[in-house]
Write a protein that binds this ligand. Structure first.
Ligand SMILES: Cc1ncc(COP(=O)(O)O)c(C=O)c1O
Length: 424
C-alpha cells in the first residue's frame, strides 16, 4: 500500500500557478517570456526560492558536524527534505534516498559502484538507443574499466523501444537480447528527454528481474510529470534531478533498494561518508551517508523538499493533464507548418515535442524564436546516438510545464511560421 500523503485537491488554475513564478514577468527582447525549455530546467516557484534563501538567512550551518543550534536546525531541515522525497517516491526507508548533485552524478555513482560490485570481463550492460549521454557515458566508462560490453535496445520510427528481440528466451549474441549468462545491468530512461516517450519501464524491469539483472532507471524527465512509486516499479536504483522538477540546480537523488545499497561500494571518499579512518584502513558510514562524501548542497536540498511539497499541493496528475492539452495542441498546429516533421510520435508522451523543418536549421529557428521571447532548446539534446538513429543533426524542442498556456503555444507556432518564411 502506498504511504503517500493524500493528494490536496487544489483546483488547477494556470493563472494562479503562473502568479507563483516571478521569472514569468520578465521581458525578453521586449516581449513576454514564453518559456518552453522545461526539459532542460524548469522555472522555480516563489516558495522554493524562499525556502532556499531562508536557510541562508536564518539557519546556515554545516550539517551533522556540530552540536550547536544552527547545525542541528540545518541537519533537521535537510533530513526533513529526505523524508519528503522518500514519501513522494514511496521508498521503503528514508536511508534509501541519497542526495547527489543531479541525475548525472547519480548515474556516475551507480555506474562506478555497480561496476565494481558486478562487472567482469565478458559481462554486458543493456541500455536503450534513446538515452541521454548521462545514461550512456558512465556505463561505457564502467565497461571499459571491467572489460564488459555495452548493448543497446533499438528505437522504432515512432521513438519507442523495439522490444521484440527482448522477448526471445535464447541467449544469443544479438545486440538487443537479455542474456541470462551475460547481462548484469539494465539502465533505461523512464521518459525520453528528446522524444517525450514514456517508456514501459515496469514491464522491462519485471523481465530483467526474472534473470537476476540489476535495474537502474533514469527518471530525470519523469519526476515532474509522473507519479513515481519505486516499489511498484520494482527497480533497484532510480535517479532524478531536482532542477527539472521546480527545484534548485545542483540537487539530485539516487534512490536505491536497501539491500543493494548495502552491498555497493562508495564511489567518492572524504568527510561525512566514513565511520573510522586510520592510515591503514577506513570503515564507512551507514546508509545513506556512505554515498554522500563532503558538504552537501544543503540550501538546495531544502529547496528540493519544498519543490516536491509544492508539486504535491497542486497534484501532478492535474499538471500532467494540462501539459497533455498543450502537447496535443502544439502537435496539431505545428504539423500545419510547411515541411515540419515531428521526431517522436509515440502514443504515450509527456509534454515534449521535437521537430525538424525542411530547409531550416534548428539553430537559426531557435535564434529567431528567441527574438520573439520564446525559449526553446535546439541541438542534439545530449542524445547524439538518437540523432543518428533519425538521421538528423539536431532538432528544435519545446518542452512544457504546468505554468505554460495554450496561448503561448499559439505564439510559438505563429513565430515558427514567420521564421520559416524568413529563413527559406
Ligand atoms: C533523461 C535525462 N537524463 C539525465 C540528464 C542529466 O541531468 P542533469 O544535467 O541534471 O544531471 C538529463 C538532463 O537533461 C536528462 O534529460
Amino acid at each position: 500500500m502506498s504511504t503517500k500523503a493524500a493528494p490536496v485537491t487544489n483546483a488547477f488554475s494556470v493563472e494562479e500557478i503562473r502568479a507563483q513564478f516571478p521569472i514569468l514577468k520578465e521581458l525578453i527582447h521586449g516581449k513576454p517570456l514564453v518559456y518552453f525549455d522545461n526539459a532542460a530546467t524548469s522555472q522555480k516557484p516563489r516558495r522554493v526560492i524562499k525556502a532556499e534563501s531562508a536557510y541562508y538567512a536564518t539557519i546556515n550551518a554545516n550539517v551533522h558536524r556540530g552540536v550547536h543550534t544552527l547545525s542541528t536546525k540545518a541537519t533537521e531541515a535537510q533530513e526533513a527534505a529526505r523524508e519528503i522525497i522518500r514519501r513522494h517516491i514511496n521508498a521503503k526507508h528514508v536511508h534509501e534516498v541519497i542526495f547527489t548533485s543531479g541525475t548525472t552524478a547519480s548515474m556516475n555513482l551507480a555506474a562506478f559502484s555497480l561496476g565494481q560490485l558486478l562487472l567482469k570481463k565478458g559481462d554486458e550492460v543493456l541500455i536503450s538507443g534513446m538515452e541521454h549521454h548521462a545514461n550512456i557515458v558512465p556505463w561505457q566508462m564502467a565497461c571499459e574499466r571491467h572489460g564488459a560490453k555495452l548493448k543497446v535496445i533499438p528505437v522504432t520510427d515512432s521513438g519507442e523501444w523495439d522490444l521484440k528481440p527482448q522477448r526471445r528466451s535464447d541467449a544469443t549474441d544479438s545486440a538487443t537480447s537479455f542474456s541470462a549468462e551475460r547481462t548484469r545491468i539494465l539502465a533505461i530512461s523512464h521518459v525520453s528527454n528528446t522524444l517525450g516517450t514514456i517508456n514501459p519501464v515496469k514491464k522491462l524491469i519485471a523481465e530483467a528481474k526474472k534473470l537476476g539483472i540489476i535495474t537502474v532507471v533514469d527518471g530525470a524527465q519523469a519526476i515532474a510529470h509522473l507519479d513515481i512509486d519505486v516499489q511498484d516499479l520494482g527497480c533497484d536504483l532510480y535517479a532524478f534531478s531536482g532542477h527539472k522538477a521546480y527545484g534548485p540546480t545542483g540537487t539530485g537523488v539516487l534512490y536505491g533498494r536497501e539491500e543493494l545499497l548495502e552491498r555497493m561500494p562508495p564511489w567518492q571518499g572524504g568527510g561525512e561518508m566514513i565511520d573510522t579512518v586510520t592510515f591503514e584502513k577506513t570503515t564507512y558510514a551507514k546508509l545513506p551517508f556512505k554515498f554522500e562524501a563532503g558538504t552537501p548542497h544543503i540550501a538546495g536540498i531544502i529547496g528540493l523538499g519544498e519543490a516536491i511539497r509544492w508539486m504535491e499541493d497542486y497534484d501532478k496528475a492535474s499538471m500532467a493533464a494540462h501539459e497533455h492539452i498543450l502537447l496535443e495542441h502544439a502537435t496539431k498546429e505545428l504539423l500545419t507548418v510547411d515541411g515540419l516533421r515531428i521526431i517522436g510520435t509515440a502514443k504515450n508522451k509527456v509534454g515534449v515535442i521535437s521537430f525538424v523543418i525542411e530547409g531550416v536549421h534548428h539553430y537559426d529557428l531557435g535564434t529567431l524564436l528567441d527574438q520573439q521571447g520564446i525559449a526553446v532548446r535546439t541541438g542534439h539534446h545530449c542524445t547524439q546516438p538518437l540523432m543518428e538513429r533519425f538521421s538528423v543533426s539536431g532538432t528544435t524542442r519545446a518542452s512544457f510545464a504546468c505554468f505554460n498556456t495554450v496561448e503561448e503555444v499559439e505564439v510559438m507556432v505563429g513565430a515558427t511560421r514567420k521564421a520559416v518564411k524568413m529563413l527559406r
